[in-house]
Design a protein around this ligand. Structure first.
Ligand SMILES: Cc1ncc(COP(=O)(O)O)c(C=O)c1O
Ligand SMILES: [Zn+2]
Length: 389
């Protein structure tokens, strides 16, 4: 037992193997995203699983590092990410809210960036760059500061104030762009080789997904090593959903969980819903969404790089993809704040609004056990929420 060595990196599309001993980006043959693969045989069985809770008080392995048996064998760059509360709703008997606002930098982005920056340090990378809808930039800035690595962050200029301020405070190089995350991504792509930057964009390196897979382990452990019936995930780039699905696959191989996997619900905003449109059209990939706009800034991703993986997961799981208007999002945000005492991010409120919607349509029943992801704290959005409540 202990942390496994990475055996190889596997392309999610053509399954080509890549060498994990040097930094990799996307598949060299087809540009697909890469998955981290290990020999996990030493973690098989419920003995290893049940040991997790008894050793997690060890401070070196707190938070998401409680799952070190299924994470790469490296010394973590950690700020205490993961093992966030799973809060039962006070009004809906079978609804749990996974409170990712409790993470360092206030969002679930901490998990992916903790592992990606850990690996960057391990590989000896000195300069990282990323386009971001906002929160990933804040998380990258924090972990890069903790690791002593340079961070170059590109975000839309109308990103919430908290994201801009945190990047500056952590000492990152912040570039505000008159455009969307897709424009930011293009700039990073154009400048990276001349600048010597390693591109740590969503799904263009393997370890952000790997960090976010801990959400899948956690939600199953927190439900007593059982699957819920459905998981609602506010989907921008889709990293969390892809990571959780990988976790489910691994946990089944390890014999840590059995039964029917949850229906995965991709939640988007009506002003930027490329995954919903592709799902409804039966398409395998999405089309670039024109004039993307929503106050749920994390969902403003006009063409997710891993759209083919997200769509495949939603379909395989028997889930669905839904889009909510900003009005519905903020009305649910107000509802959960005033009735449950939880100030959700607009992205999280998209998930709570989507739950109400799917109960109304009959897609889900009130007896279904569901987990709603509040991917970030509303406190990072006071400038946005302040104009709506
Ligand atoms: C608060 C919040 N929720 C959800 C998302 C979407 O995350 P993902 O790219 O994993 O789909 C983001 C992305 O920026 C975010 O900041
Ligand atoms: Zn490939």
């Amino acid at each position: 037992m202990g942390m496994p060595q990475v055996s190889f990196l596997e392309c999610s599309r053509c399954h080509l193997h890549h060498d994990p001993t040097t930094p990799q980006t996307v598949c060299t043959a087809c540009a697909g995203s890469l998955y981290v693969r290990y020999d996990l045989s030493s973690a098989e069985g419920t003995n290893v699983r049940d040991r997790i809770g008894t050793t997690a008080h060890d401070k070196r392995w707190s938070g998401m590092w409680r799952y070190r048996d299924v994470l790469p064998s490296v010394k973590p760059v950690t700020l205490g990410e993961g093992w966030t509360p799973m809060l039962p709703s006070s009004r809906h008997e079978n609804v749990w809210l996974k409170e990712e606002g409790a993470n360092p930098t206030g969002t679930f982005k901490a998990r992916g960036l903790a592992l990606a920056v850990t690996m960057a340090r391990q590989y000896g990378l000195k300069k990282l760059a990323a386009p971001t809808a906002g929160n990933a930039g804040g998380a990258l800035a924090a972990y890069a500061a903790a690791a002593g690595i340079e961070a170059h962050i590109f975000m839309p200029k109308d990103t919430p104030m908290a994201n801009q301020v945190e990047c500056r405070a952590y000492g990152a190089h912040l570039n505000l762009v008159d455009g969307l995350i897709s424009d930011c991504g293009r700039i990073v792509g154009e400048r990276k080789s001349a600048e010597g930057w390693f591109d740590i964009s969503t799904l263009k390196e393997p370890y952000r997904v790997e960090g976010k897979k801990t959400m899948g382990y956690e939600l199953v452990e927190q439900l007593g090593w059982e699957y819920p019936d459905a998981v609602f995930y506010p989907t921008g780039g889709g990293v969390g959903m892809i990571g959780m699905w990988k976790a489910f696959e691994e946990m089944e191989q390890l014999g840590w969980v059995s039964g029917k996997r949850p229906k995965m619900i991709a939640v988007q905003a009506a002003g930027c819903a490329p995954v919903v449109r592709a799902f409804e059209q039966g398409a395998e990939a999405s089309q670039m969404w024109q004039d993307a706009h929503t106050a749920a800034s994390g969902l403003r991703v006009p063409k997710p790089y891993g759209d083919y993986i997200i769509l495949d997961i939603v379909r395989q799981s028997g889930g669905t993809a839904v889009a909510l208007t900003d009005d519905a999002i903020f009305s649910s945000l107000k509802d959960w704040a005033s009735c449950e005492g939880l100030l959700l991010s607009p992205e999280g409120a998209a998930a709570t609004a989507a739950y109400d919607h799917l109960i109304t349509t009959g897609f889900l029943k009130k007896s279904d056990r569901v987990v709603l992801f509040n991917t970030g704290t509303g406190n990072k959005y006071t400038d946005v929420i302040g104009t709506r409540v």
